[in-house]
Ligand binder design. Structure first.
Ligand SMILES: [Fe+2]
Ligand SMILES: [Fe+2]
Length: 365
């Protein structure tokens, strides 16, 4: 057991002691895996440190499972079994297979980058879902298939395009450039040894150093290609952070491209949701809470707020399972507390998660 700073606590760590608010309300029980939603609540009370069990005990996929009675009727299950999802999956798999072929022949055989077919595939994905909301729900569920670099790149491309649409970008050519930023952001990884890329468990400092070269490798690969400069910059800058805490150069906000800033967010979003697969579906409010725990100066807030707000709002009307196993429907989302919506419970009463800091959303059902 050790006592550590709340800012350093990762969701999934097991609490060694229960957490109690200044008013005596139990916010989390000892022996449970802490969630990002609980960590957000705790920060409101000014609690600075927490006792957790050894780091090795942390649960990486700490998501909760809905009780068996919900299996087969969850939101996730409905999406996964819909004809719309089957179609989406076909277009998606085609796109990631094509991306793999194109990148492979570009890197090894010096062939050109053929983006037209790829963009056609992405346009097919979007034709049916012009608002992007349906796409985001399907993106959460496609994670169950597998997560190679190519799948991840297609995810980041699709999510970046949706984010661009939400930000009000209407010009199709601009949206195509943003989509390409996502498709090629990790192209440098094709030059990283396979055993490092696929290693399970933590990387050694040496391996981490190799991995951290991928933005520069990607930029170099693309440097002579006749494509929009923003695509090359996204490959170079997607791990830079506005506050200078990123890599490879530790650039600050004025030196990072606008599209690179979008990809920085969608890349992290995809990585977060890829970790969060469980049979009852992924709880988007937990992902939102994880973003909200980050220092505000880290990401472009204009992009992040629009992105998270749209995701949260798209769940209004969705059934949720709360931490005490009660059920309800998301009724209202406040822009100031996106991960703590107002829930109408099965008995007709309302529960405001902004006030009930001892509760959180376990799953969308
Ligand atoms: Fe990357
Ligand atoms: Fe990435």
């Amino acid at each position: 057991m050790k006592r550590i700073d709340v800012a350093e606590i990762k969701p999934g760590m097991i609490l060694a002691e229960k957490i109690v608010s200044p008013r005596g309300q139990v916010l989390a029980e000892a022996g449970t895996a802490i969630t990002a939603q609980q960590l957000l609540h705790i920060s409101y009370y000014g609690i600075k440190t927490l006792s957790v069990q050894d780091a090795e005990d942390a649960i990486e996929k700490y998501d909760f499972e809905a009780p068996d009675e919900f299996i087969g009727e969850t939101q996730s299950w409905r999406i996964l079994n819909s004809e719309e999802f089957a179609e989406f999956k076909r277009a998606y798999v085609k796109c990631s297979d094509r991306l793999e072929e194109i990148v492979d022949s570009f890197v090894h055989k010096q062939a050109g980058l053929n983006d037209k077919d790829l963009l056609d595939d992405i346009h097919t994905v979007f034709e049916e879902h012009s608002t992007g909301l349906g796409i985001m729900a399907m993106m959460l569920n496609i994670q169950e298939i597998d997560s190679t670099t190519y799948r991840h790149s297609v995810n980041v491309a699709i999510i970046s395009r949706v984010c661009g649409m939400w930000m009000g970008i209407k010009d199709k050519k601009e949206l195509d450039v943003l989509t390409m930023c996502g498709l090629y952001h990790d192209i440098g990884k094709s030059l990283i040894p396979h055993d490092i890329l696929t290693k399970k468990g933590p990387l050694t400092p040496d391996e981490y150093g190799r991995m951290a070269e991928h933005p520069l490798l990607g930029y170099n690969l693309l440097s002579d290609v006749q494509i929009d400069r923003r695509i090359k910059l996204a490959a170079l800058q997607h791990h830079e952070r506005n506050d200078g805490s990123g890599y490879p150069y530790g650039l600050t906000k004025d030196f990072i491209g606008e599209f690179s800033k979008i990809v920085a967010i969608t890349d992290v979003y995809d990585a977060m949701t890829a970790d969060r697969c469980y049979r009852a579906g992924i709880c988007p409010f937990e992902v939102i809470a994880q973003f909200q725990r980050q220092p505000p100066a880290k990401y472009d807030q204009n992009v992040l707020q629009v992105f998270l707000k749209n995701i949260a709002h798209s769940y209004i009307g969705t059934g949720v399972l709360l931490s005490d196993n009660s059920r309800g429907i998301i009724t209202m989302v406040s822009d100031k507390a996106l991960s703590s919506p107002l829930v109408k419970l099965d008995d007709g009463s309302f529960l405001d998660l902004r006030e009930r800091t001892d509760m959180f959303i376990k799953a969308c059902i």
